[in-house]
Ligand binder design. Structure first.
Ligand code: BG6
Length: 475
């Protein structure tokens, strides 16, 4: 990607203003992502400002920024170290209520522009903040950076898009999906389109099934306020896993420029739909008390802040189809869950059997499988070979590579895109709506109890019977 540090209008972002400065996202992901970017000398001249609600002080903000900058300095280039020191010396903090008309634009007017406004706030607050802004109130070069979830269904995503587009042009709206900044996710394009061995094989003629699995060991981790209203389907599948699906199935773009990549992603996601009725093609479950990594995990429903009657799923699995000539008939299984016994973050491409296996081979003939690991970043190709040992017996062999972790954290990649005004790594407005269009029928069926909510013990492998639908892990 070509990060030239200029917005589509030719200027570059001078100030990153983080709204929600005291929040968990800012401390855990945004500031570390940003400071590593600065340490690498890749965000020259950027200024940082924070804003938050009463109860948080400029001193607390400075302490937070100082701590993260110091951690990043250890690995910084000379230029990067100087930039980090400048950030510490110049960062500012403002106490404002972004939902009060006029407050946000007044603050933006005091900052050196173009300003990127990062809404690291609960979705409802971000939306309200944008609704109270009037067209023309922000300079047109302002970038709006929205965290997921972008809306809560197709209609609300459409409304939010209408709200934002009144304020700035589409290319200045960054709907962040940090998965697109993950090394092995964006590199799916290189893997697919730069290798003659793989490029022609990603079609229904050769692929039997694609699974995208994101099993986490982490449980609720104090996020009931957000997670209990989202659930696994909204939290992971509607956003991150659909983007991965898009990269695995899109046609090859002519270039890696924003327009080409996002047109192709949008086009393939427009063809995606649930494979049958929700009752046939989806499952949901919620964890009960258990033990994970030697740690007791309480019953999800009894956690503070959880509405036990909301039936929020902590594990979801959906089967989709892509109704176009390249992928007709291939099942795509997307699964994401919390509090599982084993972390498993991978896409598995299962190829069809050869058209004829020479008679005489013994042993088990298993399908060729390509596994792309999203953490750790790995690539594995499972093949059958005859030997060693008996010459006529097929055995399994795996060609495996561990990929170097990228220099930047996923949030660093995403921020690099934001600061350079390149929206390639963010989700375009129409695609954000499409992703809801795909899951809306599932959400409706679940709300209607057409699909029972099952249970699984925390630290286990999910409900009994679910293992049959997904390929087993390698070891
Ligand atoms: C976030 C979800 O977007 O992605 C979390 O809200 C999830 O629930 C996380 O744990 C997974 O991403 P990563 O990069 O931490 O594996």
């Amino acid at each position: 990607m070509n990060h030239e540090f200029s917005t589509p209008t030719g200027t570059h972002v001078r100030t990153l203003l983080i709204l929600g400065a005291s929040g968990d996202l800012t401390g855990r992901l945004l500031l570390p992502g940003l400071t590593r970017l600065i340490a690498a000398g890749r965000a020259p001249g950027i200024a940082l400002a924070g804003a938050g609600a009463p109860g948080y002080s400029p001193e607390q903000w400075l302490a937070r920024v100082t701590e993260v900058c110091s951690a990043a300095e250890a690995e910084a280039t000379d230029a990067g170290r100087a930039e980090l020191q400048k950030i510490r010396a110049t960062t500012s903090y403002s106490d404002i209520d972004v939902t009060v008309p006029g407050e946000l634009s007044k603050l933006v007017a005091t900052l050196q522009g173009p300003v990127a406004l990062y809404f690291a706030l609960p979705p409802a607050v971000s939306q309200k903040a944008c609704e109270v802004l009037e067209p023309g109130e922000l300079p047109e070069s302002t970038l709006l950076v929205m965290e997921k979830p972008f809306g809560s269904d197709e209609r609300s995503a459409q409304e939010l898009n209408r709200t934002l587009i009144r304020l700035v042009p589409e290319e200045n709206i960054h709907r962040v999906d940090h998965f697109l900044g993950k090394g092995t996710v964006f590199n799916i394009m290189g893997l697919r389109f730069a290798n003659r061995l793989l490029e022609p094989l990603f079609t229904a003629e050769h692929v039997e099934k694609i699974e995208i699995i994101y099993d986490e060991e982490l449980a609720l981790e104090g996020r009931a306020g957000y997670y209990d209203r989202a659930g696994a389907l909204r939290d992971m599948i509607q956003s991150h896993l659909l983007q991965v699906l898009g990269l695995l199935t899109m046609n090859a773009p002519a270039t890696l420029k924003e327009r080409d990549v996002r047109d192709h992603l949008g086009s393939v996601l427009r063809a995606a739909a649930i494979a049958g009725t929700p009752a046939e093609s989806t499952r949901r479950a919620r964890y009960t008390a258990g033990t994970s990594k030697g740690r007791p995990v309480p019953d999800y429903a009894s956690e503070q802040g959880v509405n036990r009657d909301a039936n929020t799923e902590t594990l979801a699995e959906v089967t989709l189809n892509i109704n176009n000539s390249r992928w007709a008939g291939v099942p795509f299984v997307l699964r994401a869950g919390k509090a599982l016994g084993r972390m498993r973050k991978e896409a598995i491409i299962t190829f069809r059997p050869v058209s004829h296996l020479p008679t005489g081979f013994k042993g088990t003939d298993e399908p060729t499988r390509l596994r792309i690991g999203f953490g750790p970043d790995t690539l594995e190709l499972d093949l059958d070979v005859n030997g060693p040992g008996d010459l006529y017996t097929l055995d399994r062999v795996t060609l495996a590579a561990e990929l170097n972790s990228p220099d930047l954290l996923p949030y660093g990649e995403v921020l690099l895109g934001v600061l350079s005004g390149d929206p390639t790594l963010s989700v375009r407005g129409d695609t954000a709506e499409e992703c809801w269009r795909i899951v809306d029928p599932i959400l409706a069926a679940w709300a209607n109890n057409e699909v029972p909510i099952e249970e699984y013990a925390a630290g286990g492998n999910g409900p009994l019977g679910w293992e049959t639908n997904c390929t087993l892990p390698t070891s």
